[in-house]
Ligand binder design. Sequence first.
Ligand code: CTP
Length: 403
Amino acid sequence: MYGIIRGKSVILGVCGGIAAYKSAEILRLLKKHGANVRVLATRNALHFIGRHTLQALSENPILVDLFDEGPDASIKHIRWAQEADLVVVAPATANLIGKFANGIADDALTTLLLATDCPIVIAPSMNTKMYENAATRRNLEQLEKDGRWIMPPGSGALACGTSGAGRLPEPAEIIDYTVDVFTPKTLAGKRVLVTAGPTLEPIDPVRFIGNPSSGKMGVAAARAAAHRGADVTLVLGPSNIPDPPEKSISVIRIKTALEMRAAVLDHFDDVQIVVKAAAVGDYRPVSPREHKIKKIDDQLTLVLEKNPDILMELGKLKKDQILVGFAAETQFLEQHAADKMNQKNLDMIAGNIVGLPSSGFSSDTNQVTFFYRDGTSETPPLMEKYELAHLLFERIERRLHVT
Ligand code: CTP
């Protein structure tokens, strides 16, 4: 759930292209995230998607022509423009892009685009040749110079039978991009290092010691930091989560605690904030076997040795960086969290009791208590990991001094 768009007034502009059918899903997702959505469609859009579909999904009348909605319609688009917090045009055709770049306002959508001063996201969608055409390139460049947010189109098979750039990104990607645009850049100029996921410690070539960490909390933290304007390095243990789409996140995939340590130490000097959400394996087999262990013996003893405590090392090395740890406990959360904060020289620790279905390893939500260096703590309500990540950075920004 993206709380940042909850309760916001979002205008969805829909142009006449095959991809207009995707606008129904974009609309549904915006509503799901709590936005109040109003739709402005071009007349051509209605060849591809029904007026009633858009109207029913948005729970608002839709606007097409300047004069087709009764006596007040000629000013409705201006009122909507003034009330809008954000405009998303998806799909945006070459025609719309050309008109907007040149200040032409000949229907409700193009007029609204000129009449609003809120952020405008343009998601182009068209045939590759049209997208690559010098006129379209020029118009997109102009819109970018004007401070509009141009979402790069996807590549692949297009409805016209060709293949290449020009595909409307998936609705969920458009929402992600929109949320990114809309999030205040409170961490602009900052560099953040996040670790996430489990580490796997090899026993032999086909077996390992691991833990069920999914990486969701750390990846959510990396994305929230990126949306707040930070440059993020994400050191990610084995996880099914694909690389986050944000350009400002560089992902380093590792397997073992030793690999994680090397990647973290490589970047530590360059960052101002470290969030260590990874579930690092505390021990590793002393000498992983070169070949698969056969089940010959009734008992098998594995000798393990301690992994380095990465966060503890960072705590010793730290100059003015902010160090945030996570602590997953099965009991005595407060005491263990306080001990870890002291031993590892942390500024803040997010602790939780593992084992609750709504919280912990692979859940989308998390229930934590934030413990601070000054001995205070707070327990926010159960929330989505992405929202929790924003709260974590909000607290870092407000309570700790990021220099
Ligand atoms: N951590 C780390 N390196 C390790 C172990 C843990 O950097 N070898 C970090 C984790 O990423 C987390 C914090 O330390 O931010 C606490 O991890 P946790 O597993 O809860 O505690 P441990 O320090 O391993 O202590 P214990 O297992 O005894 O609870």
